[in-house]
Design a protein around this ligand. Sequence first.
Ligand code: BG6
Length: 492
Amino acid sequence: MVARIVPVEPFDLVVFGVTGDLARKKLIPALYHRQRAGQMPESARVIGCARSELGREDFRKMVRLSLDEAIPEAYRDRDALYAFLDTLDYLQVDARSDAGWPELSAKLRENAHPVCAFYLAVGPTLFGEIAERIGRHGCRAEDCRVIVEKPIGHDLASARTLNRQLAAHFDEHQIYRIDHYLGKETVQNLMVLRFANALFEPLWRSEHVDHVQITVAERLGVEGRGDYYDRTGALRDMVQNHLLQLLCLVAMEPPARLEQEAIREEKIKVVRSLRPIEGADLAAKTVRAQYRAGVVAEQAVRGYLDEEGIDPESETETFVAIKAEIDNWRWAGVPFYLRTGKRMGYRVSEIVIQFKRIPHLIFGDRIGAVQDNRLVIRLQPDESVKLAMMVKTPGPKIRLKPVHLNLNLADTFEDRSPLAYERLLLDVIKGTATLFMHRSEVEAAWRWVDTIREGWSFLGRRPRTYTAGSWGPEESIALMVRDDRTWYEHLA
Ligand code: BG6
């Protein structure tokens, strides 16, 4: 089945920080794929801005190199590449001074398109200044949008400051806060699974669900981002945004419509219902750890403290596990176990809905153990939805066996699954904010995370350690075992 291409208005997209990693590794490949799919309007302009002195041709060369690295052979297409390169322009613009701004403003005014989006692929300390200069230098089009990416602050107070700075120049509906997890296909599929199938909704509650697990395990370490990571840690880098967004999509009430306001309201209610974790609960319900040297994908890797850019005394966590509880009617008594870590044995992001035990077993215990039903939604590396069920094995006797009803999305649909940024960038152009975070969502998530962070600092304990290539520290296993449960680690 081939995906339908929804045409978008001709637009101008200005990317600040275009020479940085985010732009080169994610944004540019995403735009190229849209070009190849035929979704980029002919007159669209992508104007890269950065401090480096680059000519237009140098910039295009840089883009070609980025695409060579990022685009698999099967998706390379000369015509699409040249058409894409034609949309590109570059201007040397300094976010911290007025240098280059009059030129940017003039460029935007010549053949201006009604829709203009500014992607701030720069550190958050520059958000306010850039937002102010966009207005002061007359760069705003009729319909103007600004896109920002995490980290949106490093705690509630700094997030509020950033949100205020943006709000001084843009209305909330013009601000698109990206959490790229929301652009992932399977994450969107989660809403469809829940709200387009009658099967799950009656079961999606404390009467039938024993617990939920959300795992985002990475093989990567800090990858040249030591300085950022060491100031941030896994709680802020992953839990505050990606894991809480996944939790919200699993736990939210059905919104009345697929509209941004309706969805955001439901998600915010979930974050606000998260029980704060403080006092004695911190030790019982959270685990923080740092990786030691080990072996990942058959390669020996250094420990966190020996990574480049990391303070050798650092207490920053690279792994977090949390038992989260949602104090509302639907989820009372159903723990949501969250865990994420760098340098783990596998790259896997998965949501597991573990259903409760059957109330009464009619088969006796000699016919094989009955495994409780489980729905496993895998976001990456492959996208699949599996439902573990009990069946009878063939033969004259009744013997039970758990099997998976397995929906592998790659096998079901021939299409390449679009990259998260393809969807998100084009949604900004269309003015669809459903998959973006509202100011209040970001702030509510920080409030919950800050309590944990402050508790950890108060306790003043060093993080535990785990061997690179493992599933995390023993304490993470103990977190589950204490509740008579185990992490789901079935990778087949
Ligand atoms: C980013 C984090 O937001 O998400 C990174 O800053 C992390 O540390 C990345 O590696 C994971 O994203 P993905 O899409 O590779 O799972």
